[in-house]
Ligand binder design. Sequence first.
Ligand code: NAD
Length: 356
Amino acid sequence: MNYNIAVIPGDGIGPDIVEQAVKVMRKVGDKFGHTFTTKTVLAGGAAIDATGGCLPQETIDVCKASDAVLLGAVGGPKWDNLPGGERPERALLGIRKELGLFANIRPAVIFEELADASPLKAEILSGGLDIVVVRELTGGIYFGERGTKETDMGPAAYDVEMYSEGEVRRIAKVAFDMAMKRNKKVTSVDKANVLDSSRLWRRVVEEVAKDYPEVTLNHMYVDNAAMQLVRNPRQFDVIVTSNIFGDILSDEASQITGSIGMLPSASLAEGNFGMYEPIHGSAPDIAGQDKANPTATILSIGMMLRYTFGLGAEADAIDAAVKAVLAKGYRTPDLYTGEGTLVGTAEMGRLIAEEI
Ligand code: NAD
């Protein structure tokens, strides 16, 4: 089978890590008899330098014509002084909107071999950690009505949190479908004790839950969820929440793992289309130095195979290859604690590809 993938290396370490991820993807193709046809396009700072804009129309067109998108990362000090609307990171909002990517999926997994990297005590994480945060990505306060007005207390600014039943229903379905493939538990996070939008959210999630009798649903207020994530993160399986709560909780969940270079993510549209990227940024401090950990990007390929192409065995092969390389003691500088073998970006990619 042939799959078409738009590849956006981006800036900083983006090109370094994407090269390794594509290498691993090709190895999966060889082993399992698939062809992955890639088309490389520009976004972010690289696009600003080449075309004057952070998201050229050609990039949007190529992404829309592809089966999935792989993104490295965008941004860097070179473009930091540009006005907000012209900065490289603006490309991310543009892509999400153009491609209708309404569901952000972020697993927070602790690899046994890297358990020491977590800032949490070993007893809290005993038995490992494997949770997924499903964040609504195109609605809520980040996209709501906004403005300024005069008040008794001086000029004021406002941003509106609004969710429609349809928006909540489709993100809830993503979460329940995911839970069905995992441990069949969904925690819906809201602030229904205060916000009307959260009360609507809760009602719709409960309606969707009726179609998934095997899945256990519980609700949690966002302040409690932030606390429970560090107190007892193993109680969670799938967390589903709004754009702003998900922004914060998914970062918290990834910090628990302690390894920013290990965490992939997916942003999904209706149907199977998705964009896949590591959760970290472009790490300009280590760009081009063969120091970046390519594993998050390689695991993002795994998510692409699983969620967009439905290739579970192939995705499992990537996860297993990463585990095997870690078990053999290979570590990129971000993971290195003085034990095992220190390797660079390219060597880490080669080792993981070899294990496939
Ligand atoms: P960052 O994630 O790029 O880096 C934070 C720290 O983690 C740095 O010390 C970096 O060296 C390290 N790090 C990140 N990824 C690593 C990897 N794969 N291997 C080893 N170490 C790694 O965050 P930042 O420094 O806040 O941002 C840098 C630039 O990236 C900014 O321009 C920011 O706007 C942009 N950014 C882009 C995205 C994206 O493209 N999705 C996300 C976040 C930040």
